[in-house]
Design a binder for this molecule. Structure first.
Ligand SMILES: O=C1O[C@H](COP(=O)(O)O)[C@@H](O)[C@H](O)[C@H]1O
Length: 241
């Protein structure tokens, strides 16, 4: 695991963008495309804006396919829909064709939406193993990642798939890639900043004794790939470094 600590969010974003560009170009050179899983939430908004404007010409975007690690169970025009956030901060700037974006269909019942997403992934990967080139993840202050929330059924999933889950404390469904599927990626990077993430980060990367049910982000351990954390010094405030 590589921990990259920055003094400011712009510095963090700039370095994470360089990392994304390198992996994108490597993937395009070796396999002809870049399968890129986006995180939702607030943390990546500036990153998406920057990479699709200032750094737009650094990647051949016609070779990039976008996926989501998770989705909130709201309709696609709802302000909380991760896909809408990515559209407004990234896809609109890049004029990404619709057939390069894999949105969750939240007009379906949650379990059907998860099933449809898995089927779309199987089709894209042509029936072969689903191995993403890069998965970007965020982490909530409760140590959830993607939509794997503490004390939910998804923590226990042993399947490399996509599942819907009831999140009692939010009183809503979520749809998410499972940890075993995420862990097959070639590269996984977390973007995490702010004091409110410090306690979770301390437990997720600092605890020897794991407690996945309480700190689900501890589940993220790539099988053969690389794991990088891009964090700021506020988020590392409780870590013994
Ligand atoms: O609900 C979600 O939260 C996490 C963390 O979001 P952030 O706003 O704290 O950055 C995010 O990674 C996930 O995609 C999203 O659905």
């Amino acid at each position: 695991m590589n921990l990259h600590i920055f003094k400011s969010i712009p510095e963090l974003n700039e370095n994470l963008i360089k990392y994304v560009i390198e992996i994108a170009n490597q993937s395009i050179a070796t396999k002809g495309r870049f399968d890129f899983v986006l995180t939702g939430g607030n943390s990546p908004k500036e990153l998406y804006k920057e990479i699709s404007t200032t750094f737009k010409d650094k990647i051949d975007w016609t070779k990039v396919y976008f996926f989501f690690g998770d989705e909130r169970y709201v309709l696609p025009d709802h302000k909380d829909y991760n896909g809408l956030m990515a559209k407004e901060t990234l896809f609109n700037n890049l004029q990404t064709p619709e057939d390069h974006i894999f949105y969750f269909d939240t007009t379906l019942p949650p379990a059907d939406s998860a099933k449809a997403y898995k089927a779309a992934l199987d089709k894209h990967f042509n029936g072969e193993e689903i191995v993403f080139d890069l998965i970007l993840l965020g982490m909530g202050d409760d140590a959830h990642t993607a939509s794997i929330f503490p004390e939910t059924e998804l923590v226990k999933s042993i399947h490399q798939t996509v599942e819907s889950v009831w999140v009692e404390k939010l009183d809503t469904y979520r749809i998410s890639l499972t940890a075993p599927l995420i862990n097959k990626a070639k590269n996984i990077a977390f973007i995490t900043f702010g004091e409110n993430k410090a306690n979770a980060l301390k437990h997720v990367i600092g605890d020897e004794q794991k407690d996945y049910f309480v700190y689900p982000a501890q589940l993220i351990k790539p099988l053969d790939g690389n794991l990088d954390w891009f964090v700021d010094d506020k988020a590392t405030g409780f870590l013994d470094l």
